[in-house]
Design a protein around this ligand. Sequence first.
Ligand code: MTE
Ligand code: MO
Length: 378
Amino acid sequence: SPWANEPKRHALLKPAAERPFNAEPPLGMLAEKFYTPNELFYIRNHLPVPTLQDDDYGLEIEISAGKHAGTAERTLSFEDIKRLPKHTVTAAIMCGGNRRSEMTRVKPVKGLSWGAGAVGNAKWSGARLSDLLVAMGVQPDERLHVIFEGADLDPTAHPYAASIPLSKALDPRGDVILAYEMNDEPLTRDHGFPIRAIVPGVVGARNVKWLTRIVVSDQESDSHWQQNDYKGFSPSTDWDTVDFSLAAAIQAMPVTSAICTPMPDERVRVSGDGHITVRGYAWSGGGRRIVRVDLTADAGATWHVAELEQEDLPDGRHYGWSLWTARIPVKEQQKELEIWAKAVDSAYNVQPESFENIWNLRGVLSNAYHRVKVKLIR
Ligand code: MTE
Ligand code: MO
């Protein structure tokens, strides 16, 4: 069985599917630590986990388009990659389907029913992809793409694969790395051992694990996951009318946030001075820094600005998430309430109010206000 070699997983990871393994941590734990503990980081696998060894690992790099097409091809060992200058970047990785279960309530969608935990924030270390490509003579060209292939093969022997624009790969502020460490530990098998692509600010699907081949190409990856998945559509597009070739592949993700504590239906103790404390995360793609998170407990009559915990990095290169805390006043007689959260990024993009008008048949880009109903105890 291709599933005989699956790694052991932490008991607290809640599976959305077992084979392939997909799981998220309890939402209530997600905002406890700025760096998500490796063993609690969500796992999104499309296929069985391949078994790779670092001592016979090889990464093929092929330049098949652009000025130097066909001139450069090389295979790097794990040691070759570790000998390159080591670069570290904090980046949140988020699945394109994070928070899909909320969108499903409007109208069913196809896909794993993720809660708000298909995201994690980590410190990733590895070699810069731009260093490697520049050394191989690759020059900027807006028409080109970088294809990443994994070692995990589908039943027809096609690898998981995805691509990003070459401009992102070459941008020194893009911080794309071939990562071998996650939070100062070697990658675990589930997260791509021994090497994965980290593409900060870009949807999880392009952060290819178990990386075995990189191709500079004049086409995007022809994989199912680049062409026929991880794309957004109009709410009126259904499975009879959808044409995947007409939609852009998701790259940078839109601004989002989630309330991690309290959890839905939790009984929350009101403080002596009539407040409850709310905590969560916020993040935006493309390196856009979170500038504000607003909370309301009275359907928008009054908003409260949360305090942010985030790295002090410039906008455009702010790839980590922000954790936030807010204290919200509640009325004396109130027994239950609904809390809403919305984040604002550095471009003043703000989350949409509801899912109705962003609904799409795959349930991706599900970033409307996060709403949590709780009961109050005193
Ligand atoms: N890479 C390979 N080789 N195979 C995969 O199935 N899944 C992708 C991406 N890279 C995937 C992959 C998707 S959709 C996501 S959201 C992230 O990996 C999840 O990364 P994680 O499991 O380390 O959290
Ligand atoms: Mo994903």
